[in-house]
Write a protein that binds this ligand. Structure first.
Ligand code: ADP
Ligand code: MG
Ligand code: MG
Length: 314
């Protein structure tokens, strides 16, 4: 029997995204365990509800340190380190700007420049103090807000992969709304065509046991006066990042790395992004540009077949 016919798919909606689990045996109980774990992690990390661990930190901004669980602390520690890299456009204290723009949520509109300017004063990652011993986090200024939206799915995908490995699963795929993680060989992951119907693909990425994360300006955006305002913000200006890129896909061992690097490379743009990636051989990328080019950083950990002839490989 061909492998495709033996795949059992389980789906749900969590983190505001479609979640898909593919297994090679019918195992409803395992799927339930996986979805339950995703839900519990979402409950710790979300900023779209009032009562997560991250929101407890945000509520105490300018006032006191908040003790969090060790995994949340470690994730915040990594986010802070990446935010402080020279030239990094990744900034986990971007919360006040994300909340103000509301991109992808009801009421999104272009805020007045003066308001954005004022909010930039609240997005300094150096103003987050971490206490390793107590496992606590303090935001030094009132109204500061941590937002882990760029990395929560990647982190959760890694936890789920680890759980599946512990359950002796040797072949599976988990898709957390665009963060795909795989166990075992023979997986094909579609690269979505920007601004097209969901099932239209630019090409197909072949991987074995790798994470494939895509972040694009067509995922969550609104259009106003002929401009596209999307959900990846430039912490220097307060506006959506604007360059020649439509999307960045990262192929890596860990999905958290994939999530971090999609944002980092998106912010660097094509030339600086490729130069950056050349120094990190374990991270590979597929860049899609507004000029309809598909640029592969290298191809050691994946294969790519182009399906759409509007796009060309560079
Ligand atoms: P998703 O796949 O859920 O759309 P992405 O991984 O593409 O998320 O990251 C986008 C999210 O990251 C935004 O919705 C916001 O919460 C957060 N974000 C926006 N700009 C930045 C930034 N410069 N640095 C870190 N996080 C950001
Ligand atoms: Mg991301
Ligand atoms: Mg994404």
């Amino acid at each position: 029997m061909p492998a495709e016919e033996r795949i059992c798919s389980y789906s749900t909606v969590l983190m505001g995204s479609p979640i898909l689990l593919k297994l090679f045996s019918h195992d409803e109980a395992l799927a339930k365990q996986v979805f339950g774990r995703i839900k519990r992690l979402e409950d710790l990390l979300t900023v779209n509800r009032a009562d997560s661990e991250v929101m407890a930190i945000n509520h105490a901004a300018g006032s006191h340190a908040v003790v969090v669980s060790r995994p949340v602390f470690n994730l915040i520690k990594r986010a802070r380190a990446v935010s402080l890299l020279p030239g990094s456009c990744f900034n986990f204290t971007i919360g006040p700007l994300v909340k103000r723009w509301k991109i992808g949520f009801h009421g999104d509109a272009v805020p007045p420049a003066s308001e954005l300017q004022a909010l930039l004063a609240l997005t300094d990652p150096r103003l987050v103090s971490l206490d390793e011993q107590n496992c606590s986090v303090l935001l030094e200024k009132a109204a500061m807000e941590i937002d882990l939206g760029a990395i929560a799915k990647g982190y959760i995908a890694d936890v789920i992969k680890h759980y599946l490995q512990q359950q002796q699963v040797d072949r599976a795929l988990i898709n957390l709304g665009g963060n795909v993680h795989t166990l075992g060989a023979g997986w094909s992951v579609g690269l979505k065509k920007p601004f097209a119907a969901a099932e239209e693909l630019i090409g197909v990425i072949g991987v074995a046991g790798k994470s494939v994360v895509t972040s694009g300006i067509y995922e969550r955006y609104f259009a106003h006066n002929g401009r596209c305002y999307h959900h990846i913000l430039d912490p220097q200006t307060g506006y959506p990042l604007d360059n020649e890129l439509l999307s960045v896909t990262i192929i890596s061992d860990d999905s958290l790395d994939g999530d971090i690097y999609t944002t980092l490379i998106y912010g660097l743009g094509v030339t600086a992004g490729l130069a950056y990636l050349a120094a990190v051989p374990q991270i590979e990328a597929i860049l899609v540009t507004k000029a309809k080019e598909v640029i592969l950083s290298s191809q050691r950990q994946f294969s790519f077949s182009l399906l759409d002839n509007e796009y060309r490989l560079r």
